[in-house]
Design a protein around this ligand. Structure first.
Ligand code: FES
Ligand code: FES
Length: 161
């Protein structure tokens, strides 16, 4: 059997320690070891964005990250962004704009959109479409997704200026 490695991470504001095998991805750590299954596994190869989470505020595909490589980082998943009683503004915008159908891509879309806004390169709808192109939606809800992000982005911009 492969030996395990101790790691320490902060996930959604709480410190955790694990003993894991070196090949375990961050996605599998979240889903299988922490039961945080809001983060979805679509392709498991970096091509769909369903597994997007924030590491120290930066969006990444968690299927491409080995958990051992994010030692001591701060991870935020969809569960940590907001709660049903207290939605994050991006979650609220997705609800208001009906920006999902089956919902499988939605947690990744929302985490990615939050990361995209903090990168600061999205200024209009075209930018949103381009910078969100790593997040696929098999249901084709792209128009409503862009509407939701544009709306949330406007709200964030006006509250920051
Ligand atoms: Fe990670 Fe598709 S599951 S990009
Ligand atoms: Fe179904 Fe996007 S809502 S994949």
């Amino acid at each position: 059997p492969t030996s395990t490695i101790p790691i320490q991470l902060k996930v959604n504001g709480q410190q955790h320690r694990f003993e894991i095998q070196p090949f375990v991805t961050l996605l599998d750590l979240l889903r299988n070891h922490m039961q945080l299954d809001g983060t979805k596994k679509g392709c498991d190869h970096g091509q769909c964005g369903a597994c997007t989470v924030l590491i120290n505020g930066v969006r990444i595909n968690s299927c491409l990250k080995l958990a051992v490589s994010v030692q001591n980082s701060e991870i935020t998943t969809i569960e940590g962004l907001g709660s049903p009683e207290n939605l994050h503004p991006m979650q609220k915008a997705f609800v208001e704009h009906d920006a999902y159908q089956c919902g499988y891509c939605t947690p990744g879309q929302i985490c990615s959109a939050v990361g995209m806004i903090s990168e600061g390169h999205a200024h209009d709808r075209e930018d949103i479409r381009e910078l969100m192109s790593g997040n696929l939606c098999r249901c084709g809800a792209y128009t409503n997704i862009a509407d939701a992000i544009e709306d949330a982005m406007g709200a964030t911009a006006s509250s920051c200026k």
